[in-house]
Design a protein around this ligand. Structure first.
Ligand code: F6R
Length: 595
């Protein structure tokens, strides 16, 4: 959601900002804009739709300093006039913003009374007007920004291009902001991935940090503590020169296939590296695992592994539903936060509250230097590389596999876990053969005619049913529901009609009675005319109850991680046949930084 990119230095800012915004595209946006500064004059370009070059953009003069923004509409529709940057009346500064001004209404009413004139419907323009008012009262732009920023409620991060002093200012609160230090100049962005080709040296800003960038220099001042801060420079482990699709037509398929490697990258941790967290789990009264969406389902998988393999009292909680747990969570409990972006507002909010309660926080995040990892006492990374497709695939299996490694390590089986995970990734290639793809494509040709589909899972595959359904609905826009198989007879069966597709996940490593339950559930829907699809152990492919069957590798209690992959592939091939935008599905953002 919304992305900020800025540059000052010796190279041409126009191209760097344009390329930076392209790399921020994955976060989701509906309009965008660039402002550059040439000879103390601000030149702006805004557009709706995709970040792409046109004659008007090319008309901007080459400059050495500028800011850019990708907008995800909150206040005001998707219109050019609402796109950022928003320039001041005197055209002496221009602002981009990530987040939401929660007291927008009351601030705007006050400003309107004072005769402020608004051109857009955005909350960002309210910030512009507040700053203008302060400047008119005689304050410097810097002081005006500080005074105005303190009036904003909610999580807001802003960047300002100052035409008089040739500077960029930025203030962070909530939404992420990272500075990149390179030989050619200074980069400023919502994530380090967007300037990854130019530098590995970063400074992550904390809430209420104000950064002042002039030429190749930065200074940081915290507006809450009123103290100057020495920039804490970190060096990233990985640098990504190009973020491209390689031989694939879509990032989604590339990322699905990459799981043959990324599951191992996420679980390379040695016992020594895991030790601090393992000890914290052992010491804790209870482990709560928090996440939202796909990461919430991964939290479910991690909880399942911790309970069943290691006998740990572990409970997954949807991060946005944590409040009912507040009365029972104490400082003796451990919180494990799971997140791809590390910036999900729904997950950050409980962490802030629980940290204040004295709980220790562990996190498993894909992006480096993010808010969630910086809040954590135990910081671990998925190491899955950039996940560009909005729908999460490789990060989900990385998170689940890490949970398995944690649980096995707690149970004294760290080496066995590594061996099994390697075996799993080696055997995944059976899912990626041309004949397997052809079979799935044919099946999707039938599925695309249905508007409703259901997925049944049990035990280790309960959350796989939910994640499988989310994956398909996100991109195909079909109504797909995942259920714990036990729910079927308690109500869900009423939905089954002739031809309704029903997936049943059936591994071979469940206790017999669990598979009997799945088989009987499939028999019941089959008797009502459902089109049945089995995913799991090949031994069940012979059963007459399945119309289609997708065999998956079965490696002890790891088959759930393999079982989610056919759902990812069904989501991909189905959406391809439906002609949908696979990497950027409608209405969705990769990084959900607002509540
Ligand atoms: C779905 C998906 C989302 C995210 C959720 C949390 O494919 O990616 O459901 O899992 O928005 O995001 P992160 O993992 O960044 O905390």
């Amino acid at each position: 959601m919304c992305g900020i990119f800025g540059y000052t230095g010796s190279n041409v800012a126009n191209n760097l900002i344009f390329d930076g915004l392209k790399r921020l595209e994955y976060r989701g946006y509906d309009s965008w804009g660039i402002a550059i500064l040439k000879e103390n004059k601000i030149h702006q370009y805004k557009n709706i739709g995709l970040v792409k070059k046109d004659k008007d953009l090319e008309k901007l003069p080459d400059a050495k300093i500028g800011i850019g923004h990708t907008r995800w509409a909150t206040h005001g529709g998707v219109k050019k006039v609402n796109a950022h940057p928003h320039i001041s009346t005197e055209k002496d500064f221009t602002i981009v913003q990530n987040g939401m001004v929660e007291n927008f209404d009351s601030l705007k009413k006050q400003l309107l009374k004072q005769k402020a004139i608004f051109k857009s419907e955005t909350d960002t323009e309210v910030i512009v007007k507040l700053v203008e008012k302060e400047v008119r009262s005689g304050k410097s732009l810097k002081q005006s920004l500080i005074t105005s920023f303190k009036k904003l409620e909610g999580r807001n991060t802003i960047a300002i291009l100052d035409s008089k002093q040739n500077k960029i200012y930025a203030i962070k609160n909530g939404s992420p902001l990272v500075v990149g230090l390179s030989k050619d100049g200074i980069y400023l962005a919502s994530d380090s991935l967007s300037f990854s080709p130019y530098t590995k040296k970063i400074v992550v800003l904390d809430d209420y940090d104000m950064v002042e960038i002039e030429g190749k220099n930065i200074s940081i001042f915290n507006i809450k503590t009123n103290r100057k801060k020495k920039p804490e420079i970190k060096t990233l482990k990985y640098q990504y020169e190009e973020i491209d699709k390689g031989k694939y037509d879509h990032f989604m398929l590339k990322e699905i296939v990459e799981q043959q490697k990324t599951i191992n990258y996420a679980t390379e941790y040695t016992l020594e590296e895991l030790k601090p967290l393992l000890e914290a789990i052992r010491r804790s009264k209870k482990a709560y695992i928090l996440g939202a969406g796909t990461a919430g389902f991964a939290a479910g998988q991690i909880g399942y592994f911790l309970r069943t393999i290691a006998g740990i009292d572990a409970q997954d909680v949807k991060s946005y539903e944590f409040r009912s747990y507040l009365p029972i969570i104490t400082s003796k409990d451990l919180i494990i936060a799971v997140s791809q972006s590390g910036e999900t507002a729904d997950t950050i909010e409980p962490l802030e509250i629980l940290k204040k309660k004295g709980c220790k926080i562990a996190s498993f995040v894909n992006m480096f230097g993010t808010t969630i990892s910086r809040m954590s006492d135990y910081e671990y990374y998925t190491n899955a590389g950039p996940e560009i497709c909005v729908a999460s695939t490789k990060v989900f299996t990385a998170q689940s596999a890490w949970g398995y490694l944690l649980a096995m390590s707690l149970a004294g089986k760290h080496t066995t876990a590594h061996r099994r995970l390697k075996l799993l990734t080696k055997s995944l290639n059976s899912l990626f053969t041309p004949s397997s793809f052809d079979y799935l494509k044919r099946m999707c040709g039938v599925l695309k005619k249905s508007e409703h589909m259901f997925i049944l899972g049990k035990g280790e595959n309960s959350f796989i049913a939910l994640e499988g359904a989310l994956k398909i609905k996100e991109i195909s826009y079909k109504h797909v529901e995942g259920f714990f198989a036990g729910e079927l007879k308690h109500g869900v069966i009423a939905l089954i009609e002739k031809g309704t597709p029903v997936f049943g996940i059936i591994p071979d490593d469940h206790k017999d009675n669990e598979n009997k339950d799945i088989i009987s559930a499939i028999e019941q829907v089959k008797a009502r005319g459902a089109l049945t699809i089995g995913i799991g152990s090949e031994q069940y492919s012979k059963l007459k109850i399945f119309d289609y069957f997708i065999p998956t590798p079965q490696i002890n209690s790891l088959s759930s991680i393999a079982n989610v992959i056919p759902f990812q592939l069904v989501s991909y091939f189905l959406s391809l046949q439906l002609g949908n935008n696979i990497d950027k599905p409608r209405n969705l953002a990769k990084s959900v930084t607002v509540k």
